[in-house]
Design a protein around this ligand. Structure first.
Ligand code: NZQ
Ligand code: ZN
Length: 388
């Protein structure tokens, strides 16, 4: 096991009516907030009115910036930074999913510097940020308790991330009832993303990580089991609650301690969602299947261990048979929850594969991705061809 230092300061406030804790949590930091939200779902569901009432009763002044797009963009962040600087805003409340939260984190870091916030996505180190709070409306990205922000720069459609301990949200209000309104497709994209966050951590060549391997396999198995049940009964509080918790734990760092994680499928997927705005979880279902088909021979036992556990495949079969059956079962699972499994389903044609692969590595310090298996531009091309 590798040495590690683990820290996650985000307070999770979970359950029915947990929004009532908002004023108390915000007032620890400021009486004035930038309320950041997406394209309008919170207005349709009544969550916006509920939050505005709670904040107004507590005399908290609200400055609004709505309209964050899925796969959030730099121009919106720059607008938020301008507002924070001009109006002396000291706290950002993100109400939504990963896109809103990531945009809020970027504003929080950018509001305290004079250079362009994009520099952080190119490697500049963050040394401070405004505090961010979250009301989560979709279990998916895990950004509510992660130190990451993912953003797209419209010029060049470059989707990149940065991580910093300064941008962990101070708290995340997680009321499963706020996810009842999710369209099935978004619920499924969320399931795929949280599963991917577990896969990225599970796939390591690190020895002697049995404890976290079992945590991860249990977590993966629970999402595989509960996901389709939830889609059959989307108003079931307990199922919504289980999945909401799974999404946060998938990405709060605890499951990845002591091991080198992979993250190449995420890097490849970010090129897909940077290219045509496909939902991150829908890109991941395609990439992960292709990645598994391409890399499994490099450490096949890691695959057989996983598939025999999560799909109860007979361990007496050959390793190759287990892997083939496991990947096919995973593909069936993605299809069952209505997600794409091939690039042709999301309008990514073969002719753009070379340029996506080039973009994926071109601005990295080393032209390589992947902690489980190192992948070069030629490997990324091959994986995307497997996904056709
Ligand atoms: O914009 P609104 O109208 O709110 O609609 C959103 C959006 O269209 C809708 N939605 C959210 N909650 C809803 C709802 N609709 C009805 N009822 C609700 N309760 O869902 C759509 C998707 O929202 P979005 O925030 O984009 O989803 P998600 O949480 O999947 O975030 C995706 C972004 O997070 C990044 C992704 O790359 C992508 O840009 N990621 C961030 C990570 C991080 N910061 O740690 C890690 C992830 O791997 C990921 O890369
Ligand atoms: Zn993800």
């Amino acid at each position: 096991m590798q040495n590690f230092s683990y820290f996650n300061p985000t307070r999770l406030i979970f359950g029915k009516d947990s929004e009532v804790r908002l004023p108390e949590e915000i007032l620890k930091y400021s009486k004035r907030v930038l309320l950041h939200y997406g394209g309008g779902s919170i207005k349709r569901t009544g969550l916006y009115d509920k939050i505005m009432k709670l904040l107004s009763e507590a005399n908290i002044e609200v400055i609004e910036l709505g309209g964050v797009k899925p796969n959030p963009v730099l121009s919106m962040v720059e607008e938020g930074i301008r507002i924070c600087k001009e109006q002396n805003v000291k706290f950002i409340l993100a109400v939504g999913g990963g896109s809103v939260i990531d945009s809020a984190k970027a504003i929080a870091a950018g509001a305290l510097v004079e250079h362009n916030v994009w520099d952080f996505y190119q490697g500049k180190v963050v040394t401070d940020a405004l505090p961010v709070g979250v009301v989560l409306t979709i279990p998916a990205a895990g950004s509510e308790a992660s130190p990451w922000s993912v953003l797209t720069k419209e010029d060049g459609m470059l989707k990149r991330s940065f991580g910093s301990g300064y941008i962990f949200p101070k708290f995340a209000i997680m009321n499963p009832v706020n996810t009842f309104s999710l369209p099935d497709y978004q619920t499924s994209c969320g399931l795929s993303d949280m599963l991917a966050h577990m896969f990225e951590r599970y796939f390591t060549n690190e020895k002697n990580v049995v404890f976290t391997d079992y945590l991860l396999m249990g977590a993966i198995k629970s999402v595989i089991e509960l996901g389709p049940k939830l889609l059959k009964d989307t108003q079931d509080y307990d199922l919504r609650a289980e999945i909401m918790l799974a999404g946060t734990y998938a990405h709060n760092g605890s499951l990845g301690v002591g091991r080198i994680e992979d993250w190449s499928s995420h890097a490849i997927e970010h090129e897909l969602s940077g290219y045509n705005d496909v939902a991150h979880g829908a890109g991941l279902s395609i990439v992960f299947l292709a990645w598994m088909r391409y890399v499994n021979k490099d450490n096949i036992k890691k695959f057989t261990q996983l598939f025999t556990q999560i799909f109860s495949i007979d361990p007496s079969m050959s390793d190759e048979e287990i892997v083939l059956m496991g990947i096919n079962k995973l593909e069936e699972w993605y299809k069952e929850i209505g997600l794409p499994t091939r690039l042709s389903e999301i309008d990514v044609p073969e002719k753009v594969i070379d340029s996506l692969a080039k973009k994926c590595v071109h601005d990295r310090p080393n032209p390589v991705i992947g902690g489980f298996k190192e992948l070069y531009e030629s490997d990324i091309i091959n994986i995307l061809k497997v996904a056709l």
